[in-house]
Design a protein around this ligand. Structure first.
Ligand SMILES: *Cc1c(COP(=O)(O)O)cnc(C)c1O
Length: 362
């Protein structure tokens, strides 16, 4: 048997270049990088490349991925970046060195478990700065929890404070927002009478501050995933020049299983598609179309597939088929041909978790 499809090819050399570039750029401004591996579902090859490229720590929102990274032999500190569930406290302590938190009840449970396991676990308290996902909206409450940890919890060490922006509320990490975070950190420090180890100023979107060279001086930790894996957001949404970053780390390759001239408007009474939606079709007459053997279960949304060839248009998909208009394509597609796509973050998350997709490191 020859090569199997669909496959996701990962260029590890280019990925390593990206890791090293981001680590170097952040480092020159006094910022350490937590390598966030969840965008590629924590694939051990990706985690190992993050490690080799020089990130200070490995982070994920999923403990399963962190466990895989440990089993792959990575010895860097591991960080749980989704607020832990009470039901996973034992594993958080067993597998990670630090976690992001916003509930005292969970932190107390982490303390009890850390004591049981004979460990010291670090926490970063999350401050809500307007993006409206996790974190203390009441900043006085955050300060009180910080004091409580400092004075009452022996097996928890308050490592710092952090914030998350650009996720739910699509809020930008402006200089003002980050300075507000530093001010809050300094209030905590005043109350504790010591310096915090970390002020964690966000994720990939905060790389804009690195590129602009205006990240507030005391912000010293960023959690970066997308910016290393794809760096699409910085360029496509924020118009930053990311030419130093390799944009071809991931490529999806899928096989053509049918090529025919067909009408573009469905024939019969239109009801709902395979996913219960009623799409809108445009009648463009008879056109040449190809079917490829990959579908929504593998990558999520067909509109997020980015064809690498001119004249190819993704028309739609069902679970296991994707329909492509190839009427204007430069080549004459035949059954067995391979089509290549670039991916975005959402596509990558799905592709790396589909057991139909072969992961091939090149
Ligand atoms: C996913 C996640 C990140 C990484 O986000 P990117 O945009 O991929 O850099 C950082 N912090 C938290 C809390 C996250 O959940």
């Amino acid at each position: 048997m020859g090569e199997r499809y669909p496959r996701l090819e990962i260029n590890l050399a280019h990925l390593k270049h990206n890791v090293a570039t981001i680590v170097e750029k952040c480092g020159s401004q006094g910022v350490q990088v937590m390598g966030v591996i969840k965008g590629a579902n924590g694939l051990p090859e990706v985690a190992k490349t993050f490690d080799e490229g020089g990130v200070a720590m490995i982070a994920s929102s999923r403990l399963e991925q962190i466990e895989d990274a440990i089993n792959a032999g990575i010895e860097k500190p591991m960080v749980m970046i989704r607020i832990p569930m009470l039901s996973e406290v034992e594993d958080v302590i067993r597998l990670t060195d630090m976690s992001l938190n916003s509930e005292l009840e969970v932190i107390k449970a982490l303390n009890a478990e850390a004591r049981r396991q004979g460990k010291l676990h670090k926490v970063i308290l999350m401050a809500e700065m307007g993006d409206l996902r996790e974190g203390y909206w009441d900043h006085e409450e955050l300060i009180e929890v910080a004091e409580y940890i400092e004075n009452k919890l022996i097996n928890i060490q308050l490592a710092g404070i952090g914030t998350n922006v650009g996720c739910y509320g699509a809020i930008l990490p402006t200089v003002d927002k980050l300075e507000e975070l530093v001010e809050l950190a300094e209030k905590v420090e005043q109350r504790l009478g010591r310096e915090l180890e970390y002020i964690a100023g966000g994720a990939t979107s905060s790389l804009m501050r690195i590129w602009d060279g205006n990240i507030p001086k005391r912000v010293n930790l960023l959690r970066v995933g997308e910016g290393i894996l794809l760096s699409r957001d910085m360029e496509v949404f924020y118009n930053y020049d990311v030419s130093e970053i390799c944009r071809d780390v991931f490529r999806l390759k899928a096989e053509v299983i049918e090529v025919k001239d067909k009408p573009t408007y469905p024939i019969g009474t239109i009801a709902v598609d395979a996913f219960g939606h009623t799409p809108v079709y445009v009648d463009r007459g008879i056109r040449r179309r190809a079917l490829i053997a990959v579908g929504k279960v593998d990558y999520g949304a067909p509109e997020d597939l980015l064809p690498m060839e001119e004249g190819i248009e993704v028309l739609g998909a069902s679970s296991d088929h994707t329909i492509i208009d190839v009427e204007d394509a430069a080549r004459d597609f035949k059954v067995g041909d391979i089509m290549t796509f670039d991916v975005c973050y959402a596509t990558l998350v799905y592709l790396t978790s589909s057991r139909n997709v072969r992961i091939v490191c090149v």
